[in-house]
Every structure is written in C-alpha cells, then in structure tokens.
Design a binder for this molecule. Structure first.
Ligand SMILES: Nc1ncnc2c1ncn2[C@@H]1O[C@H](COP(=O)(O)OP(=O)(O)OP(=O)(O)O)[C@@H](O)[C@H]1O
Length: 272
C-alpha cells in the first residue's frame, strides 16, 4: 500500500442522498454521491446547471441534513455548522451597515469569541485590503468584497474551505486575480478546499482533481487528476494538456446532459 493510500481523507462523503420536499412533490437532488477529499487537496466540482452541486456542498458544510448517507470530517460525522469548515458564496453577503472590520468581527460577536486580530490583519494584507477595515461594503468593488468574504471565511482558521461559485459574479481579469490569490493562500495554509465552479478553466487552474457530476439527480460521473505542479502560472492554461483536458470535461458535461435527451427522442419529438 502506498503512503497516499494510507492517508485518511480529511472530508469523506458517503452515499449522500438528498430529497427536497417541494410543493409539487419530492425532488431527488443528489443520489448516492461519494467522494473523499484528502487533507490539503483542492477539489473542484463541475456539472450541468441544477445537477446538485450546491446541495452537495451544503451537505458537506453541515448547513443542511441529508436524506441518507453521511459526511465525515476527520472521521467524525458532520451534523451541523462546524467552525472547522469555512464557506464562501457567490455573493460576498457583507452587512451594508457595518464596515469591513465589523463585518469580519460579526461571526465572532455571534459566538461570543475573540477574533485573532493579528491573523486577520495578516489575511487583509495578503488579499490587498490592508487599511480598508474602516470602509463600508458600498465603498468596495465586487472583487474587494469577495476578497473580504474570503478573509471572513478564513478568519477563524478553518481546516476546510468550501466555496460555492465564489468568483462567478466577477469580471474575467478579477477572477484570474482571485484564482491566483486562492492559490497563494493555499500555498501558505494548505487548507483543504472544495470549490464549485461553472468555469472549467478555473477548475483546472485551481484544483488537484476535477469532479464531474451527472445531471440531476447528481452523482459523481467522473474524476480527473490535474497533473500540474504549484505554483501554477497562467501559461499552463494555453498548453495542449489543458486544452485536451478541458475538451474532455466539456464533452462529459454536455454528454451527460444529452444522454437524458437521446438524439432520436429529440428528433422524433421535433418531427411530431
Ligand atoms: N431548498 C430547496 N428546496 C427545493 N428544491 C431545491 C432546493 N435547493 C435546490 N433545489 C433543487 O435541487 C436541484 C439541485 O439544485 P442545486 O442548487 O444543488 O444545483 P446546482 O448544480 O448547484 O445548480 P446551479 O449550477 O444552477 O447553481 C435543483 O433542481 C433545485 O431546483
């Protein structure tokens, strides 16, 4: 057995199934999803819209329960929000009436704990927000707000960071900058990261493995290793390896979508 095989997963998803009870009946969002994320790994999850990526991520975070299956962090079941798990969403969700410092302090106030200001100042400087603590969200650009959300998520030193399409609302240049920033932070902290993205480029640039999900009910359809050393430069994105991997992943996402609507069925429906 290799050293890699002996390593315990940091986060383990076992047979995760989630049914939402909706007004129009039960909706099976994810079905028996299993995935091991190793300590210090960056895993990206991609898949067709509505396939259950967010449902899977929220299940990992303990923000909502599963219908069946389980999520384990360091071998222990995740049954609710856990300080070891930080989250970043597509929207920065900063409170508009609080300045940046007060926004970052907010989760600590709720929990009645003291923030580690030295660590937070270090993070603020790392993301280029040094000296912006007194600014209000309206005074910050979208990219700056998202960097602040990243600082807030990392402020209580989680060992796992879950990110749900965190840079989807940003322009392409800011997004690349954020990708480099995440990698820099990872190089410093080696935090285990699971990231949902609609961008295959982003998935390949950032992750060690790309998980492709099938259309709803979401299942793990395939997993691709991304074999590039870190730190990665943007130049790798124009290599043939990345081009080929991108096309394979794209074809899998489109293919899984099409398999729900076989060509013959679509054609006969069009003729009818
Ligand atoms: N709270 C909820 N109640 C009922 N149905 C829900 C709820 N959350 C999600 N769904 C449904 O579950 C399915 C999976 O949704 P989910 O948001 O997890 O997919 P996704 O892959 O993240 O989608 P997208 O890529 O479009 O963001 C969708 O059909 C969605 O409408």
């Amino acid at each position: 057995m290799t050293a890699q095989e002996l390593k315990q997963p940091k986060l383990r998803v076992k047979g995760a199934t989630k049914v939402y009870n909706t007004r129009s009946g039960d909706l099976l969002a994810i079905d028996r999803c299993s995935l091991d994320v190793m300590e210090g790994e960056i895993v990206a999850i991609v898949g067709p819209s509505g396939c259950g990526k967010t449902t899977l991520l929220w299940s990992m975070s303990g923000l909502h329960g599963l219908t069946s299956g389980e999520v384990l962090l360091d071998g222990k079941p995740v049954t609710g929000p856990n300080p070891e798990i930080g989250m970043v969403f597509q929207e920065a969700n900063l409170l508009p009436w609080r300045d940046l410092d007060a926004n970052i302090n907010f989760p600590f106030e709720i929990k009645g704990t003291k923030p580690d200001r030295v660590w937070i100042d270090e993070l603020l400087s790392r993301v280029g927000l040094e000296g912006f603590g007194g600014r209000f969200p309206r005074e910050l650009s979208g990219g700056m707000q998202q960097r602040a959300a990243l600082v807030r998520a990392l402020s209580y030193k989680p060992s796992v960071l879950l990110m749900d399409e965190p840079f989807g609302a940003l322009d392409a240049f800011t997004r690349e900058e954020m990708n480099r920033l995440v990698e820099e932070i990872w190089l410093d902290t080696k935090t285990t990261i699971v990231l949902i993205t609609h961008s295959i480029d982003e998935a390949i640039f950032l992750s060690d493995r790309v998980v492709v999900m099938s259309p709803r009910p979401g299942r793990v359809a395939n997993i691709h290793e991304v074999p590039f050393a870190r730190p990665r430069s943007l130049e790798i994105m124009s290599t043939k390896e990345v081009f080929d991997l991108t096309n394979i992943i794209k074809a899998e996402i489109v293919g899984t979508q099409q398999s729900r609507f076989p060509r013959d069925a679509v054609q006969s429906a069009a003729v009818a």
